[in-house]
Design a protein around this ligand. Sequence first.
Ligand SMILES: [Zn+2]
Length: 473
Amino acid sequence: MAQEKQIAWDLYHSYENFKEKSLTNRRFKHSDIVPLIEQLKNKRNFKVDKVGKSVEGRDIYLISIGSGEIKVFLWSQMHGDEPTATAALFDMFNFFSDDSAFPEFKKFLLSNLSIYIIPMVNPDGAEEFQRRNIVEIDLNRDVLRQQTPEAKILKEVFDSLKADFGFNLHDQGRDYSAGNSINPASISFLAPAPDYDKTLTPPRENAMKLIGNLVSVLNEFIPGHIAKYSDDYEPRAFGDNFTKWGTATVLLESGGWRGDREKQFLKKINYITILSALNSIASGSYANTNLNVYESIPQNEKFMMDLILRNLKIKRDNIEYVIDIGINYDEVNLKDAKDFYLKAKIEDVGDLSVFAGYEEFDFSEYTVEPGKTKPEPYLSLEELEKINPSQLYNEGYTNLILDDESFQGEYSHLPFNIIFNGKKVSEVNVKPEESPNFIIRKNDEVLYAVVNGFLIDIKKVDSWDGNSIVYGK
Ligand SMILES: [Zn+2]
């Protein structure tokens, strides 16, 4: 294990040399990875095959490296909006195509393993940054019917390989925590069950031991941020069936990490995890791991929220209550799904002491009230851009009416929501499901506002980098 941890640290420190520089956020598309795959055709050690096409005709590739006896099959992004591992696979391709670095380690892996990879099983979903494929079928519920070409391709490649190990690479929601802790479940594992009885078959036991080994390595980098996905049997899913059909399958889910919405750090952790897994499979070290390590991984729980404002006072019928407010941001895709904006909602209100926020602020001694809509409309965007935000917040406003049809867009970087004249937006209260727009006072002085769930320190409104919502367009 000491040697495996050392290699993982060496991978960690040398990561910048191999990181695929063209994939810098989560919303890359098939057209971004095809040129990278085509380049691999010229690299020693690599074999590149087209294994079929998506519904919309995008090529799905199988890339293979190595000539060892043990077969390992990795596939990513069956769900189009779960790209973290795909990007990490391209870091790994760079690692294997560089002849100078880690020569002994690479030789060891490639002489013991034959590694097969399908990056981006669902390119049409990636195009729209959506979970399902383009005919709205969840590929990971299509292993039985195999109605979609993408699921058919994955099953055919699986059947042709009969791999010893499989890696089912996904992303999971940011709301998962590692057990009952304040830490996001940044990486969650599962050795999927092969049946409703969750039988411990030899492939499943191997997957559990390998996961135990990976947890020991990852505890070097992200201690307390590792969890275990629910092992309820899902007869329609690939991982469960691949386990049943004899492949030791590891489900790897990338979750959240504080300050890393684009998951660039978690991409690096994926890269280290996958190479560490290959190392352990090649050496057989996983077989010595005690099953207790897997058993003791905390469960995925849902205790995370994007933002929690704590201990605010609020008046209802002249009685004062103390509340926490929990806020989550949903990503709304724009027409070209490379872009998005955030739309916030109040997730919960009250005693949220069992929850943890990616960001938290303590507002003891502050009072909160719902933000209001200023009744007098502005006639043009130029007029709106001349406003004095502090004064409007002092008057209790978080929403402004704009009477200018030439304005385009669904969101804005103005620190106020924009409502088009005639569009009726009722004053909302501080309650779950509503849009979080508030004014926050201390001793009657307005010090903060919340617009579309983004906290604004009104003395620093110019440096605010959230987005507001445009209603009624
Ligand atoms: Zn998924």
